[in-house]
Design a protein around this ligand. Structure first.
Ligand code: ZN
Length: 879
């Protein structure tokens, strides 16, 4: 699964304490955590569903073949929000009615015969039931959308499912934990004109009374419940084939052609993975479905991957290279899951990282293989910064985190699971070698296909392939929280360079953190030729270079590097001679040390000063983000204005080169760079940029805004909007028939600075105009996007009951933390915690504590650095 774009301040975490054990056992079904007893297991489900979109409800019948390993008094399985009409147990020729008692908190149901026991052996459980079609993307849910029919906009609805991690139980009673694999027959009764897609190909369509039909799908392979899927709607499709596997892409009417790029990419990716994993894709078909809303990212349902439309369909009139890269990367991530996750599944949510980190790592690897010009490695490094910002704080957790209760499984879909895990796999592959790593992965796939694993199983196969004890190297990275700071000290003696390396745990605000050490693979370089590979352990290491030259740590890894002062000065002097990855690393490390209090802000700002001629977008994205962080530490409006002038001064230099308009033969990355700069200059209130953005917006009907900068132009217009501009953006959102345009208009509206208009936007979000999940997401992000969190915070506080009523139970957890995240005052952290305790149960507190910690961190940096930053800005702004 890949959810909404994540911001570092806003990530979920779950800490159920427990120190690292550093010795996880290999998979065994019986030892796998979970709520459900393991003495009764399902082997097959037959599901028949009859949805009624008028009533927002569905009727269902499920028949489950089960086997009891011993005689039991009751059966316990999962069910949530379902109403049972009957539950019957068939054994041989006899049927017995079962009573049902529900446990809403645990989302389970316990079934019992009127008397006696359920005997050892095989039975068939049949349940007739009904349930609601949700407005949130949990279980079976509806997606409202608009299509243009001639002159008018018509309202339509599509049906979709999202089951990971714990929502299959909202559509059918089931053993809804990943280790309970079974096969599935799915059938659905729908209207004649509609199309249904599920995991497997359609087996038959049979007419049913009332102009309806039953669509039955072929029997699935053995899989966990969270991968079952069903989609129903007025759909168009595109079809192709690769290596004998039928490929389909389904969109709403009229958009199938926009999926050509996705189809081409899928063919390339599936062929590569068939080879890489050494196991062919396991199903006869692979469909991908574009959802016109209601959902943030993508989900790897086996054979029926679903995406938000804007991350699968590509409108040629509204697309950019950046969007293509996003689509390609997401397809690669989800298709990788067809092996890592689907064919071989993590035993329990504490090993979610096996799924997610591997899929993310594989996506980057695929991009680098087929599109090296995209320089995905650099983008990956920028993402790693988000994970490291999380991982250096009190509230971090290990990649492998105990999840005792599956209702908390969602907590670990975060940057540490995805991105730290990915960064670690990258280091591990590079440490073991590409061939040994792939051999290990292949043998892991072969040994565990159609089954479950723990991380220890992967280490086992990688160890065999590499003749190295991988667990020994890996456990510290996946079972311990945090990461190392490597101190690199060098001196010259007798014409030689002597280098001492030592590590310590790096934290931003946790001086009491438990001291930990890692095995850190480093590559040191001196001059042009000399390279040393070192595996730094618990004790300091020393190495010697034959000439007296500056020694640098060059290979990107999941750690920070601190040079001694003399080396740092030399490095800054040679900034333009080192490559982009190293420059990015130096900038990011220096900024993090400023946040941690071991360097002051001017050390970072001096670096920025040296980068006036920097050509690379990823470097500027780092700078733009850092400047935004620093601006958030400034209290007085006049000082903020001074800082804005300084930021505009800094960004004007690269923007003068990038310009507003694309030129023939320009660098492929330049449009995305241009967009970042326009956005940031508009944020800084640069008059020329604001004027030009307004002009382009006002003539957009005659002369369309270049799609590669459209999002930024709208944000600038939104930020400085008056009432007519606000209304224009609003009608743009209302008239949108594609997700990307709708989201761009919403983003612009979240940027509005004018207090009255901001309030109008937030009031509109409390109405039923948008689907509830989308409305809440927008409300939560007004504080951050507008850079004026006070108004948004007060509004959310005053309307908290109404916002909670709109949010899903999981969504409620994020409302206050996301609105409070932009603050940099400790008092706000306290307020956030108090409000959370007063309004939500204990499960919501983790998210609030994490944001409170982030706010306190900023407050501490503010106390140290505010005056220095303001002075620097005044001294360095163009007058
Ligand atoms: Zn995923």
């Amino acid at each position: 699964m890949l959810a909404h774009p994540i911001r570092h301040a806003l990530l979920a975490f779950a800490l159920l304490a427990a120190g690292p054990a550093l010795a996880e056992p290999r998979y065994s079904f019986q030892a796998t955590p979970g709520k459900l007893p393991k003495d009764v297991v399902p082997s097959h489900y037959s599901l028949r569903l009859v949805p009624d979109l008028q009533k927002d409800r569905f009727d269902g019948r499920i028949e489950i073949e089960i086997e009891a390993a011993r005689a039991v008094k009751t059966l316990t399985l999962n069910a949530a929000n379902l109403t049972f009409k009957s539950a019957v147990l068939a054994t041989g020729g006899r049927e017995a009615s079962l009573s049902a008692s529900f446990d809403a908190a645990n989302e389970t149901v316990t079934l019992a015969p009127a008397s006696g026991q359920i005997a050892t052996g095989k039975h068939r459980l049949r349940i007739d039931y009904s349930g609601p079609i949700s407005k949130h993307s949990q279980g079976l849910f509806q997606v409202p959308y608009k299509v243009r029919e001639g002159e008018r906009l018509a309202d339509k609805k599509m049906l979709a499912t999202q089951f990971e991690p714990v929502h299959a139980r909202k559509m059918f009673p089931s053993w809804d934990e990943p280790a309970f694999r079974a096969t599935f027959d799915v059938a659905v009764e729908i209207e004649q004109g509609l199309t249904a897609v599920s995991n497997m190909p359609v087996l038959r369509e049979t007419p049913v009374a009332g102009g309806r039909k039953e669509v039955a799908f072929a029997r699935s392979v053995s899989m966990p419940t969270y991968l079952v899927a069903l989609f129903v709607g007025e759909l168009d499709s595109l079809h192709d084939e690769v290596d004998g596997i039928k490929l389909g892409i389904y969109t709403v009417k009229g958009k199938a052609e926009q999926a050509r790029f996705a189809m081409q990419s899928t063919k390339e990716i599936v062929r590569y993975f068939n080879d890489y994993f050494g196991e062919r894709y396991a199903l006869p078909k692979l469909d991908q479905i574009a959802l016109p809303g209601g959902f943030g990212g993508a989900m790897e349902n086996w054979g029926a991957i679903v995406y938000i439309e804007s991350r699968l369909a590509l409108d040629p009139a509204n697309s950019s290279l950046r969007l293509k890269q996003a689509i390609y990367g997401l397809i690669a991530h989800e298709v990788a899951h067809q092996w890592f996750g689907n064919l071989v599944t993590m035993a329990w949510w504490d090993n979610l990282w096996l799924n997610e980190a591997f899929a993310s790592w594989m996506a980057t690897k695929t991009e680098e293989k087929f599109h090296p010009e995209w320089r995905s490695e650099l983008r990956r490094m920028s993402h790693v910064e988000y994970a490291m910002a999380e991982d250096a704080r009190k509230t971090t957790h290990p990649v492998q985190t105990p999840v005792e209760d599956d209702s908390r499984a969602m907590d670990i879909f975060d940057a540490i699971t995805y991105t730290k895990g990915e960064a670690f796999l990258h280091m591990l592959e590079s440490h073991l070698g590409e061939d040994a790593f792939r051999t290990g992965v292949r043998s892991y796939m072969k040994a565990h296909r159609f089954s479950n694993t723990t991380t220890a199983d992967l280490w086992h196969h990688l160890s065999q392939a590499s003749n190295e004890d991988v667990a020994l190297f890996a456990a510290r990275w996946t079972e311990q929280p945090g990461f190392p700071l490597v101190r690199l000290a060098q001196r010259c003696d007798g014409g030689q360079a002597f280098v001492t390396l030592a590590q310590q745990r790096f934290t931003l605000n946790d001086p009491q953190a438990k001291p930990l050490a890692w095995k850190v693979p480093l590559t040191l370089v001196a001059g042009a030729q000399e390279r040393h590979a070192i595996l730094l352990g618990d004790t300091p290491a020393q190495t010697r270079f034959p000439r007296c030259e500056l020694v640098r740590a060059v290979k990107p890894g999941y750690y920070r590097v601190q040079y001694d002062d003399a080396a740092f000065t030399l490095l800054v002097e040679r900034l333009d001679k080192i490559d982009t990855a190293e420059r990015l690393r130096l900038l990011a490390d220096t900024f993090a040390m400023m946040q941690a209090g071991s360097a002051d802000a001017t050390r970072y700002l001096r670096l920025v000063d040296r980068l006036a001629e920097e050509p690379d977008r990823v470097i500027w994205d780092q700078i733009i983000e850092s400047l935004r962080f620093l601006r958030g530490l400034i209290d007085a409006p006049a000082d903020r204005a001074a800082f804005d002038r300084y930021a505009a001064t800094i960004l004007a230099r690269p923007f003068a080169k990038a310009g507003w308009d694309a030129r023939q033969g320009e660098d492929a990355d330049l449009p995305a760079f241009r967009r970042s700069l326009i956005d940031a200059l508009g944020r800084a209130g640069d008059e020329k940029v604001v004027r030009e953005a307004r002009t382009r917006f006002s003539v957009r009907e005659r002369s369309a805004i270049d799609p590669s900068i459209r999002a930024a132009v709208l944000n600038v217009v939104g930020r400085h909007a008056d009432a007519p501009a606000f209304d224009a953006l609003l009608s743009m959102m209302r008239g949108a028939t594609d997700v990307e345009s709708k989201w761009q208009a919403q983003s612009a509206l979240r940027h509005v600075l004018d207090a009255k208009l901001q309030r109008r936007w937030m009031e509109l979000l409390l109405t039923d105009e948008l689907p509830p999940g989308e409305a809440v997401w927008n409300l939560n992000h007004v504080a951050y996007d507008s850079d004026s969190p006070e108004l948004a915070w007060q509004f959310v506080r005053a309307n908290l009951a109404a916002v909670y009523a709109k949010a899903s139970p999981r969504g409620r957890v994020y409302v206050l933390p996301e609105s409070a995240a932009p603050f940099a005052d400790a008092a706000r952290a306290d307020e956030l915690l108090q409000l959370t305790k007063a309004n939500l149960d204990a499960g919501a507190l983790y998210e609030a504590e994490k944001t409170a910690d982030w706010i306190r961190l900023k407050a501490a940096v503010k106390a140290r650095e505010q005056q220095r930053i303001v002075q620097w800005a005044k001294d360095h702004a163009r007058r």
